[in-house]
Design a protein. Sequence first.
Length: 398
Amino acid sequence: MKKITEILADTAYVRTGGSGEELRCAEYIAAQCEAMGLAASMEPFELPMYTVTEVSLTVNGRSIPCKGLYNTGSGRVMGELYYLTNTDACSMAKCRNKIVLVDALGPKRYRDLVAGGALGVITYNGDVNHPHRDIDQREVRELTAEESRIPGVIINAKDAVALAEGGMAEILLSQETAAGCSHNVMVDLPGEAEEMILFSAHYDSTSLSQGAYDNMSGCIAQLYLAEYFAAMPRHYGIRFLWCGAEERGLLGSKAYCAAHDLSKLVLNINLDMLGCIMGKFTAFATCNEKAKHYLECVAAEEGFGLESKFGIRSSDSNSFADQGVPAISFVRYAPATAAPIHNRYDTAAVMSEERLLGDIGFIAAFTRRLVGAKQFPLDREIPPSIREELDAYFRRRS
Ligand SMILES: [Zn+2]
């Protein structure tokens, strides 16, 4: 197996879901598996891809650098600029016939703005204290082709601050949608029993990020764990899944769940963000409380610092738990001041080889017990409180 630093150097490029660079990374991971004698398969799945052909934002006659917000409407709109600070009924009512600036924009807010008669929407990202004016490319997820749309653009936080006072704005946006393709990479280590543990880690990144921490770290952990468990007798089987397009809405894990029989999965172990220099190691038990206590017991036995939480976390583990597969998601959470993600600062510079090897060592020790178990010690149960969290996360009405 290559050294961690080598793999991080080999994959130090942006790889958004559905892009050619994402495919290049999938092929790279498959090649690392093949190099250790493990057959890797690549499963393609479809996802929408957007192309912006024309975009501009003008405020008070001044052109503001922007990107088109994917999956919003095309067209030219002009109107008064209104900064929506709150979402109470009074504030929302002021959006009619305005171009609305918002701090954050998800599908719900976008639909509310469309329904409330807004002409266009501006959102922003980046950091007012960073020296540059990066704009992270985003999309409004989940909108169907039939839904009404208004044009949306993304600007940098520094420009957003300057626009908060208002003025007259004009948005011009043309964009097209086409079907694209991403891939899940898979390696199987069968056991004596039919049941298996499914590991997952996403390998895609956001638009400006090399994704060393989020989440080549989890991908590397899976490569090392595959090598480790391949050489070990197994009662329960293990499947390793490197998921595509997680950052675009858990698309790889959702595609996997739609295409496979999940009835033989006893547990999903999800690895998303490990091995950074700074940060607290945390396990999310997205299953019953027994698993939370079990994690704490094993951590104590191993002398490994761990915080165990009962609940969900925004990552591929939610897709599995939503389908009734108990999940545990491991993360070493760095403070955003030390290792921020989804921007140009997520590089090998925030990573520690020694720390990542320590994290992998604990996950190996934890999994070794399960793989060798005579009877699987954890229950195949999603309790009601987790069910509620999942329903809220996937924006369903109960
Ligand atoms: Zn991630």
